[in-house]
Design a binder for this molecule. Structure first.
Ligand code: 5RP
Length: 230
């Protein structure tokens, strides 16, 4: 599986050009991309990156990839990131690694977003992977009630679980927030649910990435499949 992730990352790297401003994703697949990009930079390629998490920042610094911020530059040319699920419209579920907020800010500031993944992430309908929703700790129960209402309005329901870290404590994001994972099973109307979640005050951001990805690079034992958004 890790080899497939690396193959997808390598294929995405072929689309990187000298001088590009890049969004650097988070997760085990994006990690391959950052490592391979670091090799290119060591070989003389000139790029600048904006990391989507503190973990990616640390890796990029170790790889000596020059970094900048979205305060210092206007737009990014390209973001390369992984995903937890990808549907045929190239809508995504992201946030399994807890970095969805910065990932979405960076993707939205990019002219293009390439999603890299092994083919197991490809689904007909989003939702088997629990939907991560980043929330403010204050008023959590009220936020969860509002989330349940949003789910009902878009025809889904399911258990909500406050994410815990490996140490058993509540998982805290880079932004200091918590994550509620919503086990919805099948989200038939993902854009509608995304819009409803956006209206809830205690929701900082959610893991539905609608209309952000432009290309998916999917690696399987049969080879690499490239899907472009129409
Ligand atoms: C992190 C993410 C990751 O991109 C997503 O979880 C996929 O990770 P991996 O490449 O390890 O399967 O959204 O917030």
């Amino acid at each position: 599986m890790d080899q497939l992730k690396r193959q997808a990352a390598a294929r995405a790297l072929e689309r990187v050009r000298d001088g590009m401003k890049l969004g650097l994703g988070t997760g085990s697949t994006a990690k391959h991309f950052v490592e391979l990009l670091g090799e290119k930079v060591a070989g003389g390629m000139k790029v600048v990156g904006v990391p989507t998490s503190e973990a990616t920042r640390a890796q990029a610094e170790a790889c000596k990839i020059p970094l900048t911020t979205l305060d210092a530059i206007d737009r990014l040319d390209l973001t390369v990131d992984g995903a937890d699920e990808i549907d045929p419209a190239l809508n995504l579920i992201k946030g399994g690694g807890g970095a969805l907020l910065r990932e979405k800010i960076v993707a939205a500031a990019s002219d293009r977003m390439i999603v890299i993944a092994d083919d197991s992430k490809w689904v007909d309908v989003l939702g088997r992977f629990p939907l991560p929703v980043e929330v403010i700790p204050f008023g959590l129960a009220a936020t969860q009630r509002a989330m349940a209402a949003a789910f009902a309005q878009s025809g889904v329901s399911g258990q909500m679980v406050l994410r815990k870290g490996r140490d058993g404590h509540v998982f805290v994001t880079d932004g200091g927030h918590w994550i509620v994972d919503a086990h919805l099973g099948r989200i038939a109307e993902a854009p509608r649910l995304a819009g409803l979640l956006n209206l809830i005050p205690g929701v900082v951001e959610h893991g539905l990435f609608i209309g952000l990805a432009t290309i998916a690079i999917l690696a399987s034992g049969q080879g690499i499949r490239v899907v472009e958004r129409r």
